[in-house]
Design a protein around this ligand. Structure first.
Ligand code: FEO
Length: 172
């Protein structure tokens, strides 16, 4: 049974948010690169790749569920930041917002007895716990180091990347 029109609209809107996150993190990566902080640039490049994977999951699910893919207009990403703390803090705010939006989608699926969509969304419920935890930890490290000691943050990101397997492939 195809997904209901209202649910399909909401899933398309959310696919747009994931694409927006993809370009926002590309912008964040470029900001750190311009600041001479390649590890943080790499971190956000990998985050951008993950967001692309997230968007593609919605893109694929919509088609599998018999709905039309309608990619919404995307807002231009924020490009000007005052500090590293602002970049990472904005990313954490974004992840918290996405977590609430995923919860809203789950609620909508459950209310509509759309168990297939609810099952599809479960992956994102779990993923958001990890996304928020990762960004919260990075923000704490940036705050602890301070803007004058960002090379310590670079070392932290490098160590963590190596411990997580490193590489440029998205971890999802
Ligand atoms: Fe796709 Fe970082 O949430």
């Amino acid at each position: 049974m195809p997904v209901a029109a209202e649910m399909a609209d909401a899933l398309n809107v959310h696919m747009g948010r994931e694409l927006s996150a993809h370009v926002q993190y590309l912008e964040a990566s470029a900001w750190f690169d311009a600041e001479g902080l390649p590890e943080l640039a790499g971190f956000f490049e990998r985050q951008a790749a993950e967001e692309h994977v997230h968007a593609m999951k919605f893109w694929r699910y919509l088609q599998d569920a018999g709905a039309r893919v309608v990619i919404p207009a995307l807002e231009a990403p924020k490009a000007d930041f005052e500090s590293s703390e602002e970049v990472v803090g904005s990313a954490l705010d974004w992840e918290l917002q996405v977590t609430r939006q995923i919860d809203d989608l789950v609620r909508m699926a459950r209310t509509g007895s759309d168990y297939a969509t609810e099952a599809f969304l479960q992956w994102f419920v779990t993923e958001q716990v990890e996304e928020v935890a990762t960004m919260s930890e990075l923000l704490r490290v940036v705050q602890r180091a301070g803007e004058a000691n960002l090379l310590l943050v670079e070392a932290y990101v490098s160590r963590k990347g190596a411990a997580d397997g490193g590489g440029s492939a998205p971890a999802e």
